[in-house]
Design a protein around this ligand. Structure first.
Ligand code: FAD
Length: 320
């Protein structure tokens, strides 16, 4: 029995969340005295595939099939399930990313596997195979014990971290049959909303809400983000009003993120917004209302007018 980790590529590159998933899978493989194999689908250069060895993947199955260059849920799930069978893998690990959320349940169904999505810690092996995960949109944690022979774990980005564990990686071409019925929806082109830092993977995020009054005031948010090397985000009403692109909307109905630092400017902290950001490591809130609910979950809070506070932070950052 062995562990298989799916390594999601974007434009032929792996993101940090992939290296986290590999590190996590390697830690489990080591505990179980077994091998770790990675599976990559799409067009990825050998040099990039070899990077996976730094985090403990001794073998990489490389599925370089033109039809699979862009993500197709059903076909990717079928290929990963085939790889699991080929490798006799009883545990499949992947990142709980946007595509991971669609893949994990499909793989679980194909392999008749138990599934934990949103995992935040290594399984507790002494207590069955008990995995801690987020629940109720990040408001609580739950422990799920997997009792099935096959298991699928989707790891939350930024929950486990990257751990180096260098091994020599062997790249093996894997060419499973792809059914035409699995290719009914084909992504022909992906147009990125922005070429700045990708929000789901960002370590630092500067976010703003309706308190900013209008889209013309986002210059200072972008400037602060640029100075910090952060991605920008926003609350739902802001994207609903087309002040900002929908790709920036975080929360229950938007993207769920867990950066190391989340700066919320002029956002009230409604429960639906917190659902997508409360697992951030450090939360800084800037709001002129001391009763704003966001302060209850903030690590640092500044009660003040964003139009005075944010330019001061920008000036201080520029002075250093
Ligand atoms: P507001 O609630 O209007 O808050 C603006 C804040 O700015 C206030 O706290 C105010 O004190 C402060 N402020 C005003 N002026 C200044 C100033 N000059 N300086 C500093 N602070 C200032 N929302 C999401 O964000 N994400 C979601 O995914 C989401 N999903 C939802 C799903 C459902 C089913 C529902 C019903 C709602 C959802 N919402 C979501 C909406 C959510 O309930 C809130 O309405 C929304 O988050 C409020 O956005 P806001 O904080 O930007 O605006």
């Amino acid at each position: 029995m062995s562990v298989l980790v799916y390594v999601e590529q974007v434009d032929g590159k792996f993101k940090k969340s992939v290296f986290e998933a590999v590190s996590y899978a390697k830690a489990i493989a080591d505990k179980q005295n077994t091998n770790l194999t990675a599976i990559s689908i799409g067009n990825v250069a050998d040099g990039e595939l070899k990077e996976l060895g730094k985090y403990g993947a001794a073998k990489v199955l490389n599925v370089a099939n033109e039809q699979l260059n862009n993500f197709v849920n059903q076909a990717y799930a079928a290929v990963i399930a085939e790889a699991a069978k080929k490798e006799s893998a009883d545990l499949i690990v992947l990142s709980n990313s946007f595509s991971g959320k669609g893949l994990a349940p499909r793989i679980a169904v194909k392999l008749k596997a138990g599934l934990v999505d949103g995992a935040v810690e290594l399984p507790n092996f002494e207590n069955g195979f008990a995995v801690k995960k987020t629940a109720f949109s990040g408001k609580a944690f739950a422990i799920t014990t997997l009792t099935s022979a096959n298991k699928v774990i989707a790891l939350n980005p930024n929950a486990f971290g990257v751990k180096e564990s260098a091994v020599e990686t062997v790249i093996e071409t894997f060419s499973p049959e792809v059914k035409s019925t699995d290719l009914v929806a084909i992504v022909k082109e992906i147009v990125r909303a922005t070429n700045k830092i990708s929000l789901p993977d960002a370590e630092l995020v500067v976010s703003a809400g309706r308190g900013l009054k209008g889209p013309e005031n986002w210059g200072m948010v972008e400037e602060l983000a640029e100075l910090l090397g952060a991605a920008t985000a926003c609350s739902k009403p802001v994207s609903d009003a087309d002040w900002r692109p929908h790709a920036e909307h975080v929360g229950q109905t938007g993207i769920a993120i867990s950066p190391n630092l989340y700066i919320a400017i002029g956002i009230s902290g409604a429960i639906q917004h917190l659902a997508g950001v409360s697992s951030s490591k450090v939360i800084v809130v800037i709001n002129k209302d001391p009763e704003a609910p966001f302060f209850k979950v903030a690590d640092y809070g500044i009660v003040g007018d964003a139009f005075e506070v944010v330019p001061k932070i920008i000036a201080a950052l520029k002075a250093h």
